[in-house]
Design a protein around this ligand. Structure first.
Ligand SMILES: Cc1cc2nc3c(=O)[nH]c(=O)nc-3n(C[C@H](O)[C@H](O)[C@H](O)COP(=O)(O)OP(=O)(O)OC[C@H]3O[C@@H](n4cnc5c(N)ncnc54)[C@H](O)[C@@H]3O)c2cc1C
Length: 392
């Protein structure tokens, strides 16, 4: 405590480790702090990532990969199943190992890594920042030039910096997930089950990891639900995989909001879930967490080169992520708003349309925007609901 760094990154998830790695490689004295006592544990994620989302950043290390994803099946509320074959769709990760290795990469490059240290306050002044921290019950402070909030969905760094407003109830999904074992979990295909009785405003997923294991979970939109995610998940598991045994359970939430705007202020940036970069439609946030970390590190490097840590200087970060993913995230946000309005009949129609689009085909890429627009154009009822999406 009492030390000084160039950059202090709060939170050692994918966003924080990616930012810290980028900063230290830019020659900056970087501190990564994490309140948990072990990086990546407990795993609070279904661990799916698309091939590009991972390989744009790192060649996949075999120890990170539980299984490969070669396609997906979408189950409509009334039993229609659409299958999409995509041999290089993605991976199911071992996130405990993945997250730990990302932090290790940052540390190997020279970042200081403080575990079991929680950020409990923040002061931003003209001449620097001070993060108030708690370790082993004792409080202290650590000083820096720039602070990065990589502290996840409930980001306090973002709130202390005056950036974060409360999430609207429609802009969050609440999740529950089991790690299940069952002889019918075969790696290769992921499953998505939609329907207002199954997972109102969200979906249930089955992400097989190999060895008869799968992450089986469910996300729902609280205003649409009549009970807790676990109640829905228990019904889903009993119906779909009776006899499966649970090896673990986790609960969590994902922001399905528009990205935070602004995502920076004087001497402060927020990245990953803290900046609401998870895909509003699917809830996937690992890849965007990694991307945002890279953009943040670049903007911080430039701020140091110029000796200018003003909001104006750090606004380069936002320009970059907007260029890289802003339009896509906004499109998916609007698509999510339409999805929230769909009845089971319409969800069935969507499943039928996806089935017709993909049956008998093997695809090399999935362009969400094109698929969503294709679905809407195939149904007069959906066109009425989502005219604005077609014109984007
Ligand atoms: C049930 C569930 C399933 C999911 N499945 C998928 C999926 O299959 N694919 C996908 O891409 N995404 C998935 N997500 C979303 C994904 O997990 C997140 O988008 C991703 O982890 C975001 O990374 P991050 O680094 O921004 O935040 P996080 O991974 O949440 O990391 C934030 C870190 O900050 C630390 N922290 C918080 N506050 C403080 C503090 N005050 N001081 C110090 N440390 C602090 C936390 O302990 C944590 O380690 C899922 C989420 C949930 C809840």
């Amino acid at each position: 405590m009492g030390e000084k760094f160039d950059v202090i990154v709060v939170g050692a998830g994918p966003a924080g480790s990616s930012t810290a790695k980028g900063c230290v490689e830019a020659g900056l004295e970087t501190l990564l702090i994490e309140r948990r006592s072990q990086i990546g544990i407990p795993v609070n994620c279904a661990e799916g990532i698309d091939t590009k989302g991972l390989e744009d950043h790192f060649p996949p290390h075999p120890s990170w990969i539980a299984s490969r994803v070669e396609g997906g099946r979408l189950y409509g509320p009334n039993g229609v199943v659409a299958e999409v074959k995509h041999p290089r769709a993605g991976y199911i990760l071992e996130r405990a190992i993945f997250d730990r290795d990302l932090a290790a990469m940052a540390a190997r490059s020279g970042a200081a890594l403080w575990l079991g240290v929680e950020a409990v306050g923040l002061e931003i002044g003209e001449s620097g920042i001070e993060v108030r921290i708690r370790r082993d019950g004792k409080e202290g402070g650590v000083k820096g030039e720039v602070v990065v909030g990589a502290d996840g969905i409930g980001s306090r760094i973002g709130r202390w910096g005056g950036l974060l407003t409360p999430l609207a109830p429609n802009d969050i999904v609440c999740c529950c997930q089991y790690l299940l074992v069952h002889r019918n979990f075969l790696p290769g295909f992921v499953e998505f089950h939609i329907g207002n009785l199954i997972a109102p405003g969200g979906y249930a997923w089955v992400f097989p990891k190999g060895n008869g294991l799968a992450n089986v979970g469910l996300a729902l939109s609280p205003p649409k639900a009549q009970g807790a995610p676990k109640d829905y998940l228990d019904l889903f598991v009993a119906k779909t995989y009776p006899g499966a045994e649970a090896l673990g359970m986790t609960r969590g939430a994902v922001p399905t909001a528009k990205p935070l705007n602004p995502s920076f202020t004087h001497r402060l940036l927020v990245v990953g879930d803290a900046a609401r970069f998870a895909d509003p439609l699917s809830g996937a946030g690992i890849a965007n967490a990694l991307r945002s970390g890279r953009w943040a590190a670049k903007a911080i490097k430039e701020a140091f080169l110029e000796g200018d840590f003003s909001a104006n200087s750090l606004s380069r970060y936002e320009r970059r992520w907007k260029k890289g993913m802003g339009r896509e995230l906004n499109f998916r946000y609007r698509a999510k708003e339409v999805f929230l309005k769909l009845s089971d009949r319409e969800l069935d129609e969507v499943t039928h349309i996806v089935k017709e689009m993909f049956t008998g085909r093997v695809v090399g890429s999935i362009e969400v925007k094109r698929i969503v627009k294709g679905i809407i154009r195939s149904s007069p009822r959906l066109i009425r609901l989502a005219k604005h999406l077609i014109s984007i």
